[in-house]
Design a binder for this molecule. Structure first.
Ligand code: SAH
Ligand code: SF4
Length: 350
């Protein structure tokens, strides 16, 4: 029989599954606590759980499937984990240290089909979606790494900003979010979770309706359709007006503010007039803008990084227009922490 990852099941599903196999409802909570609070790596470690139940679980599920093939630690505390999936594919997960806590950046797909021209993952094409268990396990892998350290710390924040388009793997994303938010387990607060999307407008409506209350970040990167379509193929499917309609729906149905991510690309979208246009586009929406320094994907990259002084001018224009704005701090520069870089280093022809 093909076993499944136990992390695929949110608590409710595990409860239903155990009940349908003749076990008490309370058993699910007990197993869940072993999984997420004590981070058990095997079923046999769950000492106080009924042995019949453990044999049943062991026959149908596994706990660990990711194999760490490489780990790089940066001088700023950022750690990149290169993880091998059961089918041999490689993914990466990043731990970042901030003043406000520890955040983990998870991957949702092997490769990505969106084909953004500035992104290393966009050049790889999607091989497959990750299961929700594979996304949850990335977090558990990092948490176990922290548990083993002398001063054990807890992951406090999660960003869904690794390789892949999360809203293109919708059901597994939702299941992952339900699991990590569950107060019986890791209990990561919704306000500490951010999902970043390239702007799949139709899925943003469904995401709003799922009422997960997590933060949403939109990779906008350009203030008008002409420019955005040039750098992001998805804009030809969902142009800015359609995207803004979906965003307004999200703002209306959640209590969250939205973040617009904007990679500054030298001489392409980084002029003061682009900043003016961006401010006009966002208008009075409850939003903030995160300006991102471009990470060249390889030496032949068609784009260049905007100089810091130019970024500051752009920032000032937005501020003067009354927008909340920040320039993203870079993490793990010395270990190539940009989106997709570690994996692509190991996969020259992927
Ligand atoms: N697919 C989702 C989430 C993963 S990408 C999305 O596009 O939002 C996470 C973020 O990294 C996005 O804002 C993306 O635009 C940004 N990114 C991709 N390539 C980059 C690069 N070379 N330099 C800087 N940021 C990059
Ligand atoms: Fe995919 Fe996001 Fe990269 Fe675009 S930026 S190719 S959506 S991972």
């Amino acid at each position: 029989m093909n076993k499944q990852s136990i992390y695929d099941l949110p608590l409710e599903e595990l409860t239903t599954w155990l009940i349908s196999h003749g076990h008490k409802k309370s058993r699910a909570r007990q197993v869940w606590a072993w999984l997420y609070r004590r981070r058990a790596a095997t079923f046999s470690a769950m000492l106080d759980v009924n042995s019949d139940c453990l044999s049943l679980l062991d026959a149908h599920f596994y706990i660990q499937s990711l194999n760490e093939t490489c780990r790089q630690e940066s001088s700023d505390g950022t750690i990149k984990f290169l993880l091998q999936l059961q089918d041999g594919n490689l993914i990466e997960t990043v731990l970042m240290r901030h003043k406000f806590g520890l955040s983990v950046c998870v991957t949702t797909q092997v490769g990505c089909n969106m084909g953004c021209s500035f992104c290393a993952s966009g050049l790889l094409n999607k091989k497959r979606d990750l299961s929700s268990g594979e996304i949850v396990e990335q977090l558990m892998h990092v948490q176990r790494h922290l548990d083993r350290r002398e001063q054990a710390e807890q992951v406090s924040h999660v960003v869904v900003m690794g390789i892949g388009e999360p809203l293109d793997n919708f059901a597994n994303l939702v299941s992952f979010l339900q699991t990590i938010k569950d107060h019986n387990g890791l209990a990561i607060a919704a306000r500490r979770i951010t999902v970043s999307t390239s702007g799949l407008a139709d899925a943003i409506y469904r995401f709003s309706d799922a009422k997960l209350q997590v933060n949403l970040a939109i990779s906008l990167h350009a203030p008008n359709d002409m420019l955005r379509s040039r750098i992001m193929k998805i804009n030809t499917v969902f142009p800015i007006a359609a995207l803004l309609d979906a965003i307004d729906y999200y703002l209306m149905h959640s209590k969250r503010r939205i973040t617009f991510e904007y990679i500054l690309l030298k001489d392409l979208n980084d002029r003061p007039e682009h900043a003016q246009e961006l401010a006009a586009l966002i208008g009075a929406r409850n939003a903030n803008v995160n300006l991102i320094p471009y990470n060249p994907v390889d030496e032949h990259s068609q784009y260049q990084r905007t100089e810091h002084e130019t970024s500051l001018v752009f920032y000032d224009v937005l501020k003067k227009q009354g927008l909340n704005c920040s320039i993203r701090l870079e993490h793990g520069v010395d270990i190539a922490a940009a989106c997709g870089q570690l994996r692509s280093k190991h996969l020259p022809t992927a």
